[in-house]
Design a protein around this ligand. Structure first.
Ligand code: PRP
Length: 209
């Protein structure tokens, strides 16, 4: 048998959903389910080796070809870009990027430059560039919702899933930026060199989505 195909999975929810998908396809994921602190786990009957990584690192490993494939959110793909193939929308990990402000705030009024806080500066920048709107983008590392509450920013561009965090902090979505879901990605060289195996896996996944 060929050496296993290495698949980087974004740790956490996307990892769980991907393991669920692989099991639905009939593959035994016991080693991943009982991983303890191990980071590289076999899925032998799929000839896969699962690598558990943070979202940004999934892209780095796939881009550099040390992992053949990866599962990562469209949010990370949009922010990081990079050279790899985006093959399948896996349909899980659904949420959206949205522009939100304090409830009732009239974001589009006035001529002053608006300040936007976000964990995703590239996504925010390109959203406002497309509108032809000049903005100041401030990078925040976590709980971006704080920025308008502390009067640091006029608005935020962030991930909204249930909307609870916005609601509980007196904020509201004023515009959707982009839908997000988990994507299967592949290294460009791996896709050529191991086309038959990767194609078989993709077909199997697509038939079961
Ligand atoms: C994300 C996002 C929001 C929250 C939205 O943060 O930045 O804060 O989830 O979810 P909701 O619409 O269901 O309330 P996350 O929980 O990933 O934490 P983080 O700030 O550490 O990224």
């Amino acid at each position: 048998m060929n050496k296993p195909i290495r698949m980087a999975l974004t740790k956490g929810r996307l990892e769980k959903d991907t393991v669920g998908l692989l099991e639905m396809l009939g593959f035994d994921c016991t080693a991943v389910r009982e991983k303890g602190r191990k980071l590289i786990l076999p899925v032998p009957d799929a000839n896969l080796e699962v690598v558990l990584a943070k979202a940004n690192d999934v892209i780095t490993y796939v881009e550099h070809g040390v992992c053949d494939m990866g599962v990562v959110g469209k949010d990370t793909i949009m922010e990081m870009k990079g050279k790899f193939y985006e093959l399948v929308d896996l349909g899980f990990g659904k949420c959206k990027f949205a522009l939100a402000t304090k409830k009732g705030y009239d974001f589009y009024s006035g001529y002053g430059i608006k300040t936007i806080a976000t964990k995703y500066p590239n996504v925010a920048r390109s959203f406002f560039e497309k509108k032809g709107m000049d903005t100041e983008i401030i990078k925040i590392e976590g709980s971006v919702e704080l920025a308008p509450l502390l009067e640091l920013a006029d608005g935020i561009v962030d991930i909204v899933e249930t909307g609870t965090t916005l609601k509980e902090n007196g904020l509201e979505v004023i515009e959707d930026v982009a839908p997000i879901s988990a994507r299967l990605i592949a290294n460009t060289v791996s896709l050529k060199m191991r086309h038959a195996e990767i194609d078989r896996l993709i077909t199997l996944i697509e038939e079961n989505l």
